[in-house]
Write a protein that binds this ligand. Structure first.
Ligand code: DQA
Length: 150
């Protein structure tokens, strides 16, 4: 499997930087990828990344990561609140998944308060803006490395 993380982003996150900047900030998805890549490189990890607006494509990518990635950083966007299929996909694979939300979903509309995916994820990070992706990468690397030492 090796030292490899997957950064996965769901629907509308390709529009980061232009999309509701008062909620999601001005950083683009490329900025996010570059930031996570840098953390990975600093710790000797490689990064795969993928964004899709389609639920099935995200499921395919999770399944592909099963025997490739040591950990997965995933912002499922609106599918967080609806997708039993993504929940089952996460439950079916081995790598730990950290669910990331740029905004603090708990301060927003009621329908964003519930995550279908959180119960099958290692952790959930919300409300730190795009720095949440950085925190997720650091957390995953720390966990993977500390388990390797055990
Ligand atoms: C989001 C929060 C979701 O509720 C929303 O549908 C998104 C982005 C976030 O990163 O804050 O698309 O996942």
């Amino acid at each position: 499997m090796g030292k490899r993380l997957l950064l996965l982003n769901g629907p509308n996150l390709n529009m980061l930087g232009q999309r509701e900047p008062e909620t999601y900030g001005s950083a683009t998805l490329k900025d996010v990828v570059d930031m996570v890549k840098e953390v990975c490189e600093q710790h000797g990890y490689e990064l795969d990344y993928f964004q899709s607006n389609h639920e099935g494509d995200l499921i395919d990518r999770l399944q592909k990561a099963n025997n490739e990635a040591a950990g997965i950083i995933f912002n499922p966007a609106a599918y967080t609140h609806t997708s039993i299929a993504l929940r089952d996909a996460i439950a079916a694979i081995n790598p730990p998944v950290v669910e990331v939300h740029i905004s603090n979903v708990h301060k927003r509309e009621e329908f964003r308060h519930h995550s279908m995916l959180a119960p099958v994820c290692l952790s959930q990070i919300v409300g730190f803006g795009v720095d949440g992706y950085w925190l997720a990468a650091m957390g995953l690397i720390q966990k993977i490395e500390s388990e390797g030492r055990m």
